[in-house]
Write a protein that binds this ligand. Structure first.
Ligand SMILES: Cc1ncc(COP(=O)(O)O)c(C=O)c1O
Length: 391
């Protein structure tokens, strides 16, 4: 059994989760709980920590090219966990998935061309498009109040616009928690291919699938699907290695791969982080059991939150977290404007959450809870809500 009970003290350890919260709210009290930025409040797997110590003892940290051990570990992981067969040559490295999204946008579109996103969605999607001078094509997801789905008519309309060249697709979807079914993915793929829209498939959360759900890498939905997309994967969410700045972009089409690498090289960002590659190799080779236990803990937290809300706040809609560790909850029944809700959460409940309105269209009045932490933190967070709301 691994330790998913100890909560490391990251408040004074330059954790972005705390730094960002204090930057936004300089006066927040010491006891505030941040369930915000998508990283974990768990210790890293001992196999990674010990393996890195051993590696540092033996290696020289000069410029390092991708090692065969690392590349083989990536190939094996994709095959073993996702039944996704890739070639080593298809793998490009990036210091993050978001930087990769920016490079891919520039590699596959021209200024002013349209890029589709399905909102609400992880907010850097929109920002990456805007910062690179492309046009955001906002296609809203639809909800029946229980589960989100894709508005295929709206998607088709946006894709058939002659100016549209790309879609940034989130699979599984942050923040709505959907693990898209094979049928849904096939429809998205078919619409995009029919309209010559290249697909960037952000699969950063694809190892974090809750019991009862099955994830499909989009490149597997049809025999040649991989040729029409770039698939972004990483150990950063799965094993809490974001600071290692090591992500992989799998691109089958050699022309697109060349264009992507060219964009990366424009910033001279071609020397990968050896510690990141080694951490990734260790994770993919030795930490499958850690991950399985971690998913159990996160799933337990999700069930706890769902039951708590059902009992104490039945008016709050809790969307099923099929994947990721991020739970999407609709507080609109409380009748607060989104800024008022934000103020209530931070100022009265002493919880710092990712605010729904940050995620774009359809997000106002929602809160995103990060459940990758020991259970007692979730209990404390929810009890705070109960205390200030029901007193
Ligand atoms: C869908 C999605 N893509 C990318 C990222 C961040 O990727 P990176 O830190 O590798 O840039 C996140 C982080 O929450 C995410 O949810």
């Amino acid at each position: 059994m691994y330790d998913f009970v100890t909560c490391p003290d990251r408040r004074n350890a330059s954790a972005y989760k705390y730094i960002n919260m204090i930057k936004k709210n300089p006066d927040v009290p010491e006891e505030i709980i941040p369930l915000s930025v998508a990283d974990m409040e768990f210790k890293n797997a001992p196999e990674i920590v010990d393996g890195l110590k051993d590696y540092i003892g033996k290696t020289v940290l000069g410029y390092t090219a991708p090692t065969d051990g690392f590349l083989n570990a990536v190939v094996d992981w994709q095959k073993r966990r996702h039944n996704y067969a890739i070639e080593k040559e298809w793998i490009s490295l990036s210091d993050g998935v978001v930087p990769a999204l920016c490079d891919l946008i520039r590699a596959t579109t021209k200024e002013g061309e349209g890029v589709i996103i399905l909102t609400p969605v992880y907010y850097p999607f929109k920002k990456s498009i805007e910062m690179n001078g492309r046009k955001v094509m906002d296609v809203g997801l639809v909800t029946d109040g229980k589960r989100y789905s894709i508005d295929f008519n709206a998607l088709e309309k946006a894709a058939s616009d002659k100016n549209t060249k790309l879609i940034l697709f989130c699979n599984p979807h942050n923040p709505v928690g959907r693990v898209w079914t094979k049928e849904e993915l096939l429809k998205v793929y078919e619409i995009c291919v029919a309209n010559d829209v290249f697909i960037v498939d952000d699969e950063i959360h694809n190892d974090l699938i809750m019991p009862g759900y099955e994830h499909t890498v989009m490149a597997k939905v049809a025999p040649d699907a991989g040729k029409h997309m770039a698939v972004c994967v990483a150990p950063s969410k799965t094993f809490n290695l974001a600071a290692m700045q090591t992500s992989m972009v799998i691109i089958e089409d050699p022309e697109v791969r060349k264009a992507f690498d060219k964009e990366r090289y424009k910033g001279y960002r071609d020397a990968p982080n050896p510690l990141g590659m080694e951490a990734c190799r260790l994770a993919y080779t030795h930490c499958e059991k850690w991950l399985d236990e971690c998913i159990e803990v996160i799933h337990g937290n999700a069930v706890f939150l769902e039951e708590f809300m059902k009992k104490h706040f039945p008016e709050v809609v809790v969307y099923p977290m099929e994947g990721t560790y991020l739970m999407w909850c609709d507080f609109n029944a409380w009748g607060m404007a989104h800024k008022e809700l934000e103020k209530f959460m931070t100022g009265e409940a002493l919880l710092f959450l990712d605010e729904g309105y940050w995620f774009g269209t359809g997000g106002a009045g929602f809160e995103r809870f990060n459940l990758a932490c020991p259970r007692y933190i979730i209990e404390e967070a929810l009890n705070r809500l109960l205390k200030v709301r029901h007193c």
